[in-house]
Design a protein around this ligand. Structure first.
Ligand SMILES: *[C@@H]1O[C@H](CO)[C@@H](O)[C@H](O)[C@H]1NC(C)=O
Length: 246
């Protein structure tokens, strides 16, 4: 895989909602995903990033400079995948993590709002960001990278309630769970998966946030109690949702 492939370094702390997740997986393996802060209690990420436990980094830009970065350890029982998550086709690939200690909000650590508009049109001026692999390396990017993406209509996405972008540029390994941020600066999607077309071209998909099933949960997503979030069992191994790096 490539990384935020074809991206460039973000202005440090210009995306204060961005969260790096390191996941403890079975067998002592460490995985990497991204996420985004919704409130001082909750981080949104992808459901296929589910793990035994998580280390959450808030206020991070450069991994080698942890000055001022908040670290929160989150046990697996604080992870709440969206009801209807399907690990085979990545449908509903979205999950909330409840932070075990509240985030301290400041200039470098701020929540992002979820999009609520769903008039059927594609949002414009979208940006993705993350510390995933790049076109130059399969390892994580030390600094936060970002990339403008153009959403496209296609059958795969219409059928699975996703947003899609196409081409070589896009999320890399380890970028899953990060937000698709568009026009008004709200989160419209969650970086989910990458699919290869028969002709070898790539489709990147993002779990669509402003859909009806989420609207129903919207008030609950911002609630600080976990008992309003539906918990479903999910298998530990996923082969199709490939955007988390080991
Ligand atoms: C990304 O898009 C924004 C506007 O949406 C624009 O201002 C910026 O120049 C674009 N960046 C690149 C590298 O194309």
């Amino acid at each position: 895989g490539h990384a935020i492939i074809g991206g460039h370094e973000a202005v440090p702390h210009s995306r204060p909602y961005m969260v790096l997740l390191l996941m403890n997986r079975p067998g002592g393996r460490i995985g990497q995903c991204a996420g985004f802060l919704l409130s001082e209690d909750f981080v949104m990420t992808a459901a296929h990033c589910q793990a035994e436990s998580y280390k959450v980094f808030l206020g991070l830009h450069n991994y080698h400079d942890q000055n001022g970065v908040q670290h929160v350890n989150v046990p697996g029982r604080n992870a709440f995948p969206m009801k209807g998550y399907n690990p085979v086709d990545c449908r509903n690939d979205m999950m909330l993590l409840k932070l075990s200690t509240k985030a301290e909000l400041n200039d470098k650590v701020k929540p992002i709002a979820l999009a609520d508009r769903d008039d059927g049109s594609l949002p414009k001026a979208c940006v993705i960001s993350g510390w995933g692999s790049t076109e130059n390396s399969k390892y994580m990017s030390v600094k936060l990278l970002e990339l403008n993406v153009t959403l496209t209509d296609n059958e795969l996405c219409a059928n699975t309630n996703m947003y899609c972008s196409e081409g070589e540029r896009g999320p890399g390994q380890g970028d899953a769970g990060g937000p698709l941020v568009c026009e008004d600066g709200k989160a419209y999607g969650v970086i989910s998966a990458s699919t290869m077309n028969p002709d070898g071209s790539k489709i990147q998909s993002y779990k669509k946030i402003p859909d009806h099933s989420i609207k129903e949960h919207k008030g609950k997503l911002h609630s600080p109690t976990t008992d309003t979030v539906t918990i479903i069992p999910v298998s530990k191994e996923h082969h199709i949702c490939v955007r988390d790096a080991d």
